[in-house]
Every structure is written in C-alpha cells, then in structure tokens.
Design a protein. Structure first.
Length: 301
C-alpha cells in the first residue's frame, strides 16, 4: 500500500491542482478509471427506493483508501474534504449519515467498490456529494466514508469533463542508489530505481542492477536488519494474476540479491501487491512503466 496526503485533481477552469485532503496514513486499496462515462451522482436520501441521482458524464475516477486504526470518526474523515470543496466553489448536494441517507436502500443504490477494496458498515457510514459548473461542463465529487471497528474506509469518486488532464498520482523523482540507504533509514521504504520490467514479465537483465549493491551494504551495516521486497504491476488484467506476477518480480530481485551479494535468505522476504498501490497514472505508457516496479521496505528482527 502507499501512503497519501492528498488526492490531487485538475478541475476545469482553475488552471491548477485542487487537493482533497486525506487522513494521515491513508493507504490506497483501489483505483478505477473510465473515460467518457456516466456516473450516477446521488442528490438526495433514499426513501424506500434507490436514492435520486443525476447522471454526470466525463472522466470518472474512483479511488478507495484504508485508514489504519485508530481512524478519525466518520465526521472527521468527511469534514476536511467538505471544507475544501466549498472553498473551491462546489455546491454540496447531499451530506448525510447512515440512517438519514436511507440505510440499506441508499447503500445498495449507489456505486461502491467491492470488498476488500472498500468496506461499508450499514450502520456506520457517511456520504457527501458535490457539484461545480464550469465552461467545459459540470464537475462532481462523491465521498463515502465508513468504519470496521477502529479502521476507516474511504471512497472518493470524481467526475471531470472529457479532456481534463489526469495528474493524480504523480511519479516520484528517481532516486540515486547512493540515496537508497538514507531513504530506508529515514522513511522505511524506497523504490528500487533502475530496476524495471516489461509488461507481463518478471525477468531481470543479467547486468547487476545498481540498487542491489546499496541494499546489500545497508543490510551488512546491522545484523538485525531485514528487508521486505514488494513487487508492483500496472493496472492491466485481473488483480489475482497481477499479485502473482508482482510477487515473481520481487522474487527475481531477491534471488539476484542472494546470488550476487551473498545476502542470507532469511533476511529478505518477497511479496506482491499487484496494482493496488500505483505511484503514477495508469492512463499513459510512461505511468504504467513507472508502476511496474519493486520497492524495498525496512524491517527489524
């Protein structure tokens, strides 16, 4: 999973990125994108039937996050986003809690990502919808927040007129191998820049990738250090197949680290996240290439 501070969207007519603030530690679990699509934006509570909706056409992007325990109360998850929308000139169409929204009829009358990407407790959720008109057409936002125990769950759907550039998320700057150890110490994780994969492939070039020597040196500095290598894919194909592919990518890097640098097998673990944690848009070849990567996570013990 990746950690995020804000969801950036380029709203038409504003000329800059507008950010919806996310809770600290939010971990993205899903991202969906559909161009020239219709989104049924709820405009009122359900009353014995699915809620009234307005069909808004454009680029529809739906993302979900998990907020680790103890997550803020549902009102605390929604409030910063509501304030940001109002500040940007959006009209709040609907702002309700579970029973006031219409309970079961509302929950099953709106578009929600399936679990485990998004979890909704029928007795503990809040929903907010907002709209803003512009010269290119209307923009809209739908926000659904819920909880499972002390863990929070958040889904945000944005609709922008066709042709609006997608700028979220941005590709992180490339990291030099010399900076890798510092990043592991400072942040606990780092992308292994210079290690890339072709679509559907998990094969490393025979030439020794530069980051591996830095990883081996970092491990050698302290016997208690461990690494978890996490493979990632672009958003092409089914999730289960991509998780398997991403694990093979992490295992390929692990095998090379053990073979070429003499690292003990017990000190390095390989896992796969599939396309659940993109660091770039999947709408462009460059973004998809950036998402096909392996990250190193620092561990102890």
């Amino acid at each position: 999973m990746i950690r995020a501070a804000a969801l950036a969207v380029l709203w038409p007519g504003m000329g800059l990125a507008f950010e919806l603030p996310l809770p600290e530690g939010a971990q993205r679990t899903a991202e969906r994108r559909a161009e020239a699509a219709d989104h049924a934006l709820p405009t009122g509570p359900a009353q014995g039937a699915p809620p009234p909706v307005e069909a808004i056409e454009g680029l529809v992007e739906t993302r979900a996050w998990r907020i680790p325990a103890p997550a803020p109360p549902l009102a605390g998850l929604i409030a910063p986003m509501r304030a940001a929308l109002r500040a940007a000139g959006f009209e709040i169409l609907l702002d309700c809690a579970a029973r006031a929204c219409g309970g079961y009829e509302f929950r099953y009358g709106i578009e929600v990502l399936p679990p485990p990407e998004m979890h909704v407790d029928l007795g503990a959720f809040r929903y907010l919808s907002a709209r803003r008109d512009g010269p290119e057409g209307p923009s809209a936002v739908g926000i659904l927040a819920s909880r499972a125990g002390e863990t929070g769950h958040l889904q945000v759907t944005t609709v922008t007129p066709a042709g609006t550039p997608d700028i979220a998320p941005q590709v992180a700057p490339r990291m030099a191998p010399a900076d890798l150890a510092a990043a592991l110490d400072r942040e606990g994780h780092a992308v292994l820049e210079g290690i890339s994969f072709a679509p559907g492939a998990a094969v490393l070039e025979e030439t020794a990738p530069a980051p591996l020597a830095a990883l081996a040196d970092w491990l050698a500095e302290a016997p208690s250090r461990r690494l978890v290598l996490v493979g990632h894919t672009d958003m092409t194909g089914a999730l289960e197949a991509n998780i398997a592919l991403s694990r093979r990518r992490a295992e390929a890097v692990r095998d090379r680290l053990l073979r070429d640098h003499g690292v003990a097998a017990a000190r390095v673990e390989a896992r796969g996240a599939g396309w659940l944690a993109p660091r770039a848009t999947n709408a462009t070849p460059e973004g998809r290439a950036a998402n096909r990567r392996v990250e190193a996570l620092a561990a102890e013990g």
